[in-house]
Design a protein around this ligand. Sequence first.
Ligand SMILES: [Zn+2]
Length: 320
Amino acid sequence: MNDLETIISMLSYRRPAGSATEMAFIKKFIIPLGAKMDKHGNWRLVIGEDPSVLWSSHTDSVHSKEGFQKVDFDGKFISLAVNSKSNCLGADCAAGVWIMSEMIKAKVPGLYMFHFAEEIGCVGSNAVVEKEPELLKAIKSAVAFDRRGTADVITHQGVRTASDAFAQSLADQLPSRFKPSDRGVLTDTKQYRHLVPECTNLSVGYYNEHRPHEALDVGHLIEVRNHMVKIDQSKFVIERDPLAKPKLSKAGGKSFGSFGRFREETLRDLVWGHPDKVAAFLENQGVTFDQLRDVIHERRERKANINDLFDPLDLFSGAA
Ligand SMILES: [Zn+2]
């Protein structure tokens, strides 16, 4: 398959977290690279000795149903076929998975993380932070391929996650339209911000993600690949202190939680800090115990089934 055929093939899989077609996608495109599943559901692979860069994407999508879908290519963009009933294209994050697969084939050094369940709360990356932070001790930068558009090297995901100097040093090795941008939104690399100095996200050419009219600029994606397989990591400028306290805006004091030492930045922070209030809020919104239990446990059961497919020794030997 050529580049375009591979990208189109990837985009034909609908990949809700824990679904059978997400697993089929992983079997076709990620396992053959040599990646192994970790105990958190992420797929990972190390190239080189003690790599200092973590490359990040995620295997799930916001598709509402698993299965396959037809896509069209108009010479510039891939989008859903005209009469498709699918709710999104899923270039978020198939585009990132494709770039990483190409970098692996080109033997670019790094810790490659294909994260589990980014779209339902960065589940896989959070698990690494909470249960296996030592995995990241040699990592100086975490680069996600999970950003819309064609020009952003993200410095802020709500809060600062990468220095301007780092973003510029990466942009300097990409097509000249790339510039540092402080307008990022949450992805897995944000979870690593207290452990890894520079945490960013790069534009991989999709637009209108999470929607039926999502489209992928294939030329951009291939151009980024062409640069990434030649990337010189020794030129990355590492400046940010991951342990520095975030600067608070004037209203910032209010964003401290009841413990006064914990800055609430994500939905997860709020759920963790105020479980009773969150439960009351969900109840008021009409969410029932049964509904929530089904959502939470169905995903766990599916994940357990995925585990059954592999030799447990393989799983827990530390894929890295
Ligand atoms: Zn994404």
